[in-house]
Ligand binder design. Structure first.
Ligand SMILES: CC/C=C\C/C=C\C/C=C\C/C=C/C(=O)SCCNC(=O)CCNC(=O)[C@H](O)C(C)(C)COP(=O)(O)OP(=O)(O)OC[C@H]1O[C@@H](n2cnc3c(N)ncnc32)[C@H](O)[C@@H]1OP(=O)(O)O
Length: 269
């Protein structure tokens, strides 16, 4: 059984619950108020994956502290509004490297989506091998609706998950799916009535993975995910520069400004 070496208490935005009997790590995202992804959060998540790898984790479950509310609200609007060019570059690079790393972990991965997961909020679930949703949440890549072209690797993750035809329709219409609809098109694999049941289902999925030889399983995973991994590795410098210039463009900055205002008005701020 794996021996835990890393100090998981050093992490600020996640709680790591390590089960020493089965080697499964349950990682609860807890960056208030909505687990939006900032550079600091992404840096932490990347470092966490390395620690889990070193500790020979047998399986990873992601879930959110903000149960029945939000899994993740996606990229942090506020941090990405008028960033310095250096920060924009760093952010895009961190997003790319974390998503790549999560897509090809040696251990199996599950997302328990216990709340809304719009836009960048569904990156973690899409990189995972299996997705279990709760009722009454929305999930989808709706970026096109606010003028953001998806990076190729992100479209490719969606295609891998729900097939090209469904992905084309979903991405081009910027649809946010209800949990029932997400189940119908395969964006989630199961629906659970509560987080507890979802965590049991996640553990059952991870236990099934154990009957397969770990290194063979990884070879097969990398083979089956080759189209996604190729998108991640294709012309990285150019792809990152494209995303940075999209982020810095007037259109996207105006859209972020509008979104921040909408969220403020919603709260009566
Ligand atoms: C921008 C990138 C451009 C180019 C880059 C190229 C490639 C990048 C790759 C991927 C693209 C991905 C893009 C994104 O992810 S953009 C973010 C999209 N997210 C959303 O549209 C979600 C917006 N939020 C909501 O819909 C709701 O907040 C939510 C359903 C999540 C929760 O609703 P609830 O009613 O529970 O809470 P609220 O009152 O709305 O919000 C509470 C609190 O949280 C703040 N908030 C919400 N979302 C964000 C966010 N994304 N970033 C930062 N902060 C967020 C909100 O302002 C409230 O704050 P406060 O008033 O201070 O309490």
């Amino acid at each position: 059984m794996p021996y835990v070496c890393a100090d998981y208490s050093k992490y600020k935005f996640v709680n790591v619950c390590w089960n020493s009997e089965n080697g499964i790590a349950t990682v609860t995202l807890k960056r208030p108020p909505v687990n939006s992804l900032t550079a600091e959060f992404l840096r932490e998540l990347s470092s966490l994956l390395l620690d889990l790898e070193k500790d020979e984790t047998q399986g990873l479950i992601f879930t959110s502290e903000f149960d029945e509310k939000v899994f993740s609200a996606g990229l942090d609007f506020k941090e990405l509004y008028r960033p310095s060019i250096d920060h924009a570059k760093e952010f895009m690079s961190l997003l790319h490297s974390f998503s790549f790393r999560l897509s090809c972990t040696a251990y199996p991965t599950v997302a328990v989506i216990n709340g809304h997961a719009p836009a960048g909020g569904c990156i973690i679930p899409l990189c995972c091998e299996y997705r279990i949703g709760l009722n009454n949440f929305n999930i989808g890549l709706n970026e096109l609706k606010f003028g953001i072209l998806l990076p190729d690797w992100l479209s490719s993750l969606m295609i891998h998950t729900i097939g090209s035809r469904n992905a084309e329709q979903a991405i081009l219409s910027g649809t946010l799916f209800s949990s029932e609809h997400a189940l119908r098109i395969g964006l989630v694999d199961e629906i659970a009535p509560t987080k507890e049941v979802a965590l049991e289902k996640a553990t059952a999925f991870l236990n099934k993975a154990k009957i397969v030889n770990r290194s063979l399983r990884l070879d097969a995973k990398l083979h089956l995910r080759r189209p996604i991994l190729q998108e991640f590795q294709k012309d990285i410098e150019n792809e990152l520069a494209k995303n940075v210039s999209l982020l810095m463009s007037d259109k996207v900055q105006q859209s972020l400004d509008a979104h921040i205002k909408i969220l403020k008005e919603k709260r009566g701020n």
